[in-house]
Design a protein around this ligand. Structure first.
Ligand code: SF4
Length: 256
């Protein structure tokens, strides 16, 4: 499949096996980028997958991908989902980073139904999957309507479900291509990049939060624990929704 062939239209329909041509395209992109840098992956994605967006939580490590992308193109549409359950520190940090990096196309989105469906903001206690679907996944899918792909900051080291992550993968239920330029980065790579570029750190990192999501569902991590141990602690949940990748159902979709 030539790289300039149009991607399937993103419909948001329920999951089906992705077309072979799309899987072949993703395999080809991964093969081409096997020995290339995150910046090369971003450049190739911007050329071959249009329109494309970048989704960021402005969390603990987000500034690395945002900086890499801004160095290539400050006009990349950057989507920030404000679940209205975030730490105040995240909201302040989001503004600081956007200003520092000169992001020119930042879009902040919130659920249109949260007030009606979760008026007392307690859904996260009784049904966190439903809460994530309402406050994260639905606004995200709306934000991605009309796009053929999106960048995420997910990395292989972050958890078992991400251990096989590639630079490019198919999101079967939408036909979009998910691009993970930092898939092969280690925690040290991220820390070095942030330090060497003197980028601002999320203030909660210094207070024991190596992974930062919504305030009610994020706790500090103790020494020796997995970096995501503080997310939905004492539950089996470790990602924000059920998604389909390359035709297989996995818990994924976390945005970094
Ligand atoms: S992380 Fe918690 S508060 Fe945030 S959307 Fe998911 S369940 Fe709700």
């Amino acid at each position: 499949m030539p790289l300039d062939d149009p991607r399937p239209e993103a419909t948001g329909a329920s999951s089906v096996a992705p077309p072979d041509a799309l899987l072949e395209l993703v395999d080809e992109l991964n093969a081409r980028m096997r020995h290339h840098s995150a910046t090369d992956v971003i450049r190739l994605a911007l050329k071959e997958i249009t329109p494309i967006r970048l989704v960021s939580s402005f969390g603990a490590e987000s500034v690395a991908l945002l900086h890499l992308a801004a160095m290539v193109d400050r006009d990349i549409p950057v989507i920030f989902i404000d679940t209205e359950m975030l730490f105040t520190e995240t909201l302040v940090y989001q503004q600081e980073v956007a200003e520092r990096l000169g992001l020119r196309n930042l879009r902040i989105l919130r659920s249109l139904e949260a007030d009606q469906k979760d008026p007392d903001r307690t859904l996260h206690r009784s049904n966190p999957d439903a809460c994530c679907a309402l406050r994260k996944t639905a606004p995200l899918q709306a934000a991605l309507n009309g796009s053929n792909g999106w960048f995420t900051g997910r990395k292989r080291f972050q958890s078992g479900t991400r251990a096989q992550l590639e630079f490019f993968e198919v999101e079967a239920e939408t036909g979009r291509i998910k691009v993970n330029p930092l898939a092969y980065w280690t925690p040290q790579d991220v820390a070095d990049y942030i330090d060497e570029n003197r980028l601002p750190r999320h203030p909660l990192v210094a207070r024991g939060f190596p992974s930062i999501g919504c305030a009610p569902c994020t706790s500090p991590v103790r020494e020796g624990e997995d970096i995501r141990a503080g997310r939905w602690r004492n539950t089996e949940k470790d990602e924000c929704g059920i998604h389909f990748v390359n035709g297989k159902m996995v818990r994924t979709g976390e945005i970094k």
